[in-house]
Ligand binder design. Structure first.
Ligand SMILES: [Zn+2]
Length: 280
């Protein structure tokens, strides 16, 4: 057995053992931290413990920086979000969170890729310096309501107020227009989607849910994400920058994406209505 194989095996064993028994309640200190929506049950133990389906290269060193970075896709409406086969968008919800968001920023930098961070307004207010680090590193931002409310259970007016307050908070902290939006718990309504579109925001839906909010090993999260992606061929990937397991599995996920020829597309928000007003 070669030294390289031994090293990889040791790294996997170390990673798995260091995360064994981590609580499912691992999350931030604020009330906004993600909790699985009702109706989502925890995966069966057998699934969580299933063998790692990633190739060994995913757990080794990434030695081809730059190969993963794809095009920039500018979007001013939902219809602009069209991905080609083998294209993915990385999205991180619920932060910013000290240490975890910063660790994820370092990893994304190492792999030369840009992601979109859908920040909870309350979290951005609590950690403004980290929110600005995200922007300064060249990533895209969006909002995720002010306090991570389930908008399906609010009146229309209260839901709109939550969305506006969240966007205003993220924008005021980062000095960037947080044009993208994601529904907490992915709990949308058609009326709210219409309101968002008519107010110049772009909803980011999810095709690949990593389910990194369940208390499973980093390897299980990476495996589930890759399996879902292989079935879809492309898509927007939902991750969270408030969990240690997400940061722990991210290098393996990115290395595997590269090995399978995927490209990470960078999103850019364009407010077309403001541009039209300026041109006129
Ligand atoms: Zn969320």
């Amino acid at each position: 057995m070669s030294v390289r194989v031994l090293c990889v095996a040791a790294a996997v064993a170390c990673l798995l053992s260091s995360c064994a028994g981590r609580s499912q309640t691992e999350s931030g200190s604020l009330a906004t931290s993600f909790a699985p929506a009702k109706g989502i049950s925890s995966p069966k133990k057998a699934e969580a413990d299933s063998p790692v389906a990633l190739t060994p290269v995913a757990w080794g060193r990434f030695n081809n920086p730059g190969s993963l970075s794809g095009r920039t896709l500018t979007a001013s409406s939902l219809s602009d979000l069209k991905l080609a086969n083998k294209e993915v968008v990385l999205t991180f919800d619920d932060g910013p969170m000290p240490k975890k968001t910063e660790t994820i920023l370092s990893i994304l930098d190492e792999y030369h890729v840009k992601a979109t961070f859908l920040m909870v307004g309350q979290m951005a207010k609590a950690h403004p310096e980290i929110a600005r680090k995200v922007v300064n590193a060249g990533h895209t931002i969006g909002s995720h309501t002010y306090r991570h409310a389930d908008l399906q259970h609010l009146s229309f007016d209260a839901a709109v107020a939550e969305i506006e307050k969240g966007r205003d908070a993220v924008t005021s902290v980062t000095h960037k227009d947080a044009g993208f939006f994601r529904f907490p718990y992915l709990a949308d309504t058609s009326r709210l989607r219409q309101w968002i579109a008519s107010n110049g925001m772009v909803v980011l839906d999810v095709q690949i849910d990593s389910k990194d909010y369940f208390g499973v090993s980093p390897a299980a999260v990476a495996t589930r994400t890759m399996n879902s992606l292989r079935a879809h061929g492309k898509g927007i990937i939902l991750l969270h920058d408030i969990h240690a397991r997400t940061a722990a599995m991210l290098p393996a996920l990115l290395t595997q994406l590269s090995a399978e020829g995927y490209k990470v597309v960078r999103l850019r928000y364009s407010n077309s209505s403001m541009m039209m007003a300026w041109l006129n």
